[in-house]
Design a binder for this molecule. Structure first.
Ligand code: GAR
Length: 189
């Protein structure tokens, strides 16, 4: 059994997608189990989504920690105790310190073609840019925000009359395809 942990902060649609496609599913004889879901925001919509799969999320409220390092130490503790060999940041909106990145093998999903449009406003910024394509990236997590080695990317043509909503929809559609594929590929290695 390959064990993974998923970190999220908000609506959790990628969390839900990963749970649907990967949790207790078998791929070429390799079974995947989501052993822990972890959220920094007690009011996140994703909390209910995780519960639907019988997984009670661990809430680690960053507001209850006086430093990023203390918060990260708690994250490390929970991930290590879960036995996960790979951690997936699926809409986890916290900056991580060396306490986390030096101890946990993690990948992040980002809604732009990195290294362009790092940070929390990637979708709006790439929508408003003069680029003819939009896209997404899955990369290893390191100390630099959205800066770790790129594992996979996918992109699409930006239509000239595309609304922000349909641009965003397209981004999420690609995310739901690519992230599970990357996870399966990394666990198969
Ligand atoms: C996703 O679009 C993900 O790429 C993005 O947050 C969204 C989470 O949606 N992540 C980042 O911007 C990381 N910098 P979800 O909670 O519905 O899965």
């Amino acid at each position: 059994m390959k064990k993974i942990a998923i970190l999220f902060s908000g609506s959790g649609t990628n969390l839900e997608n990963l749970l649907e496609k990967l949790h207790l599913k078998e791929f070429n004889g390799m079974k995947i189990e989501v052993v822990s879901t972890i959220c920094n925001n007690p009011n996140a919509k994703g909390v209910e989504k995780s519960r639907k799969f019988g997984i009670e999320p661990v809430i680690i409220n960053n507001k209850e920690y006086s430093s990023r390092e203390e918060f990260d130490a708690k994250l490390v503790d929970v991930v290590k105790n879960s036995g996960a060999e790979l951690t997936i940041l699926a809409g986890f909106m916290r900056f991580l310190t060396p306490v986390f990145v030096n101890n946990i093998k993690a990948i992040n999903l980002h809604p732009s073609l990195l290294p362009l449009f790092k940070g929390a406003h990637a979708i709006e910024e790439s929508y408003n840019s003069n680029m003819k394509v939009g896209g997404i990236t899955v990369h290893y997590v390191n100390q630099e925000l959205d800066g770790g080695a790129i594992i996979a990317q996918r992109c699409f043509q930006k239509q000239s009359n595309m609304s922000l909503e349909s641009f965003e929809e397209k981004i999420h559609k690609l995310e739901y395809e690519l992230l599970p594929e990357v996870v399966i590929e990394l666990l198969s290695k």
